[in-house]
Design a protein around this ligand. Structure first.
Ligand code: FAD
Length: 541
């Protein structure tokens, strides 16, 4: 049997090597239109600053190595220009020469392509680079070496944020331009706002709610009429499945051109399979098809499609999407659905925020860790989680991704026995703590309202109480319209509180205000807790 694979990086090469481990007889041919296969696309941004200093480190395995170790026929610089399913062949183009190549099974892993923003360009417009391959990064490095002093990155998703960090670390004055109202669109507004602060603190100029409209020479014009000078411009405005080839062959595609596959990665055309960024997968929470263009699913799918082709029982179970990114010292990660996705899918949800510590507060070096959960308010099934902080973000989100993928509930979180010693965590880990907080909400011990609801509630007559100590208010700032009742004075000052109005309680992170909420509820007041309290409110505004 001959298996031909289009695309020799994450999904394609995982499929090829697994196929070989399962069968010595199968002929395996891997075609890639680029000069490199098996390269570290996720590492490219870090090469811009020199954090990854050796270009060679970006190439994980060479065609020679893959031939020797896995007996793979790897052909770089070979583009598949046409698929002819009825003849079971592809037309390949190498060195300007076209030739047919027969397949018994064809695996497509062509990945995604950069979305280019629509910009009016003058004749002398400078180049807009993309950052997807080693040749892309070579072109950017060549431009940087022309004494570049300024840079602009269009799009503040993960790749844009990483590019902005690395260009800044290289010494360029960098502007990050984003059309939306927050960076990192996979995160929610108030969580991303914490990362924005870190990004600007390190010198990146952030332009939110701005579109690039025109480019002349090295000057970008933005939607508000302002201009940005940039010696080097990188577009990182997202990706879309690279599936023109598949579509031309009559393979069925869906949203944004993503290839539709069944549970066994089989496309609508016999003997043609597809994996990676090019396909749509079942989102396990919405049960709808979605694009999840990330490295871990692509690698897993590559391995699984090899199993399927070799007759092993393996199914594409779908995904939830789990991502992490660093901006300078801050990490941001998310798993499952975010607020925008939940609203779009019409799923009722409740959110809860906490701010804990990366490890035991009494042990030196701990840093704040902000966590957010979204869950079904009736049965506590988890839908999404987000975390931001300088340390421990990956550990918490990885735990929560397992929880969400396996449809667990907020009631499971307090039961988790997570590894603990003071340098690593807390006896009550933030994952346990947010479980307690969410459990209280589902069981009706607590009610909350969000940072973006509190101002309207106060306007409508609610009475906002801040239970921090006066010194904290002076040091950290005040919530607008809040009256200060320090927690320890609350019981003795109950007569000062209106019984006929909704009381909203807040503190620094939400822990003391929960105690206040319980005191007040036990005395017959109608109370809600400002979720995430002052820290979340002040991060957002
Ligand atoms: P790819 O790995 O993109 O491989 C597709 C290959 O197919 C390409 O080499 C292309 O040349 C080839 N090809 C396409 N069409 C043809 C054709 N017609 N003929 C021959 N060859 C063809 N994901 C994460 O989870 N974490 C990260 O930190 C992260 N960082 C990233 C940083 C950058 C700069 C980039 C670009 C991506 C990053 N990703 C990250 C995404 C991750 O790299 C992808 O999800 C993953 O590589 C997808 O694998 P794939 O096999 O579908 O496609």
């Amino acid at each position: 049997m001959r298996v031909v694979i289009v695309g020799g990086v994450a999904g394609g090469m995982s499929a090829a090597t697994r196929l070989r481990r399962l069968s010595e007889e199968t002929e395996i041919i891997v075609l890639d239109k680029g000069p490199y296969v098996s390269f570290a696309n996720c590492g490219l941004p870090y090469y811009l600053s020199g954090e990854i200093s050796q270009r060679d480190a970006l190439v994980v395995a060479s065609p020679e190595h893959l031939r020797k170790r896995f007996n793979l026929d790897v052909r770089p610089n070979t583009e598949v220009v046409k698929i002819e399913p009825e003849k079971h062949q592809v037309i390949i183009n190498h060195d300007g020469q076209s030739a047919p190549l027969h397949y018994d099974r064809l695996i497509l892993s062509p990945g995604a392509k950069a979305v280019m923003p629509t910009i009016d360009k003058t004749a002398d417009a400078s180049e807009i680079f993309t950052l997807r391959s080693i040749p892309d990064v070579d072109r950017i490095m060549a431009a940087l070496k022309q004494d570049a002093k300024t840079a602009a990155v269009i799009g503040a998703g993960s790749v844009g944020v990483e590019a902005a960090e690395n260009l800044t670390k290289r010494g360029l004055k960098t502007t990050l331009i984003e059309a939306g109202d927050h960076i990192l669109p996979f995160m929610d507004y108030e969580m991303a706002a914490i990362v924005s602060r870190e990004t600007t603190k390190h010198g990146v100029k952030l332009k939110l709610n701005h579109r690039v409209t025109q480019l002349a020479d090295h000057q970008l014009k933005l939607s508000d009429g302002s201009t940005v000078q940039a010696d080097v411009i990188i577009a990182a405005a997202g990706v879309t499945p690279d599936t023109e080839l598949a579509q031309a062959a009559g393979i069925k595609t869906g949203d944004r051109g993503g290839i539709i596959v069944d549970d066994h990665y089989q496309t609508s055309v016999d003997d043609i399979y597809a994996v990676g960024d090019a396909i749509l997968v079942k989102q396990l929470l919405t049960r709808k098809l979605a694009s999840i263009p990330l490295a871990s699913p692509a690698n897993r799918q590559g391995r699984e499609v090899a199993d399927v082709i070799m007759g092993r029982h393996r199914r594409n179970l779908g995904g939830i999407g789990t991502a992490i990114v660093r901006s300078f010292e801050m990490a941001a990660a998310a798993t499952g659905l975010n607020t925008a996705q939940l609203k779009q899918s019409g799923m009722p949800y409740q959110a809860v925020h906490i701010t804990g510590q990366s490890h035991a507060a009494y042990y030196p070096g701990g840093t704040p860790l902000s966590l957010k959960l979204m869950f079904n308010p009736k049965n506590g099934v988890l839908y999404g989680a987000q975390a931001v902080g300088k340390a421990g973000v990956d550990k918490r989100i990885d735990v929560l991704s397992v929880v969400i993928k396996h449809h667990m509930t907020v009631f499971d979180l307090p039961e988790f026995e997570l590894s603990y010693a003071p340098p690593f965590g807390s006896a009550k880990d933030p994952v346990n703590m947010i479980g307690y907080a969410a459990e209280n909400l589902v069981e009706g011990l607590s009610d909350n309202l969000q940072f973006d609801e509190v101002d309207a509630a106060v306007k409508a007559g609610a009475y906002l109480i801040d239970v921090r100590n006066p010194k904290e208010l002076e040091r950290d700032g005040r919530l607008p319209n809040a009256v200060n009742f320090p927690l320890d004075d609350l019981r003795s000052r109950l007569s000062e509180l209106p019984k006929d109005r909704l009381l909203i309680v807040s503190c620094r992170s939400g822990q003391r205000s929960y105690i206040a909420e319980r005191i007040l509820k036990n005395h017959g007041f109608k109370v809600k807790n400002l979720d995430g309290a002052f820290l979340t409110y002040s991060a957002a505004y």
